[in-house]
Design a protein around this ligand. Sequence first.
Ligand code: COA
Length: 388
Amino acid sequence: MTQTFTLAVLDVSSADAPPSHLTEQLIEQDAALGRELLGHDDFTGNDAEGVLRALQPGPSRRHWMVVALDRLPAGDLPADESSGLPLVPGRGDVDPGVRLLGSVHCGAPLQEDTERLDLDLGVLPEARRQGVGAALHRAAEDIAHRHGRTLLGSYSAQIPTPDLPGEHALEAPTGYGVLDRRGASVAFPLTQGYRLVQTETHSQLVPAEGLVRCGELQREIEPFVQDYEVVTWAGTTPPEHVEGMCELYRRMSTDLPHGDTERDEAVWTPERVAENDQRREETGMRTIFAMARHRETGQAVAYTYLATPRRRPQAAYQEDTLVAAEHRGHRLGMLVKLAALRRLGEEWPQVERIHTWNAGENVHMLAINEALGYRPVSIEGIWEKQLA
Ligand SMILES: CC(C)(COP(=O)(O)OP(=O)(O)OC[C@H]1O[C@@H](n2cnc3c(N)ncnc32)[C@H](O)[C@@H]1OP(=O)(O)O)[C@@H](O)C(=O)NCCC(=O)NCCS
């Protein structure tokens, strides 16, 4: 049977009511897509309150959550002028029979990369191949046009195909990473006019397996790290490290491989660091940071952080790992990762899996992860589409 559907934007303006069942269905959709690909929903960390908070506009990003529903809820719906779509309630009572079929989250950076609109698009398996994905994408493109955004960014994941025949292979322009054109997560962005700019490897570690390796790995790097000290903290950035983090976050935009694309240099102020900390906390994330400092100058030169969502405390994500370009070659990537992992063992013993993502061409970081015991699980395509 052909699926009929209609598009709307989730109204996230705050009110006192609890999250609506549409917001709950968004979480269920995300979890279903995670289970379909990987057999778990570790990446669905936010509860409904966290999702609504994450969609609030902030100084660095504005958001739209466009949803595909089998029908609109009964009653008068206000129009959202910024998207041209009807608004459906993110909070409160909503006609209980309305079903969510898919969604596209659109994030517009406000401080750098202001030509971009970043998309995260998914359709439930039972509603696919009926034009829902394409319609959601058209709505996102329309939002981009309305707000003067000329570059769409997106990403998608697949399990690598063993012995992939050449005619089905799509190689990253960086030369690292090959996707299977036949998968929906590749065929779809190609039909929507995207080009692949980079791939990322998603790898997974069982913390206990990493922790048993820590002692030996620490001994191996000791001769290289004598000029550096490492500090760790959980939660909010301590005042004495705010300045160092401003510099390191800036370096994340300049010292990292971005594949066949360009990114603006990000400006970080103490206020932005505080806002970032607060946002993580409000969206249900707990964090552990490890930072390396040059002993002689006190300069902050490397960092990494781990995050665990309150909704899925058995999962953790190894996020940003950066070594400032001029301090590379001193095993500082390993130094901060070891320190963060040990702290995770102390603070979050319930974590069963740590996930991390690395650009395919970031061979040093992949080697560090392999030594720690991370195993590749899936491959992500990073996509861009230039709008006329
Ligand atoms: C990719 C995804 C969003 C497609 O959603 P959808 O509603 O099935 O997409 P549509 O029906 O609008 O398909 C549009 C076109 O994409 C292509 N396409 C979609 N799925 C495909 C598949 N499995 N194999 C080959 N081509 C496919 C086709 O050209 C299709 O047009 P057609 O059906 O007329 O042939 C959906 O499969 C999904 O949610 N996958 C998991 C998340 C993901 O990978 N998101 C991609 C982000 S870029």
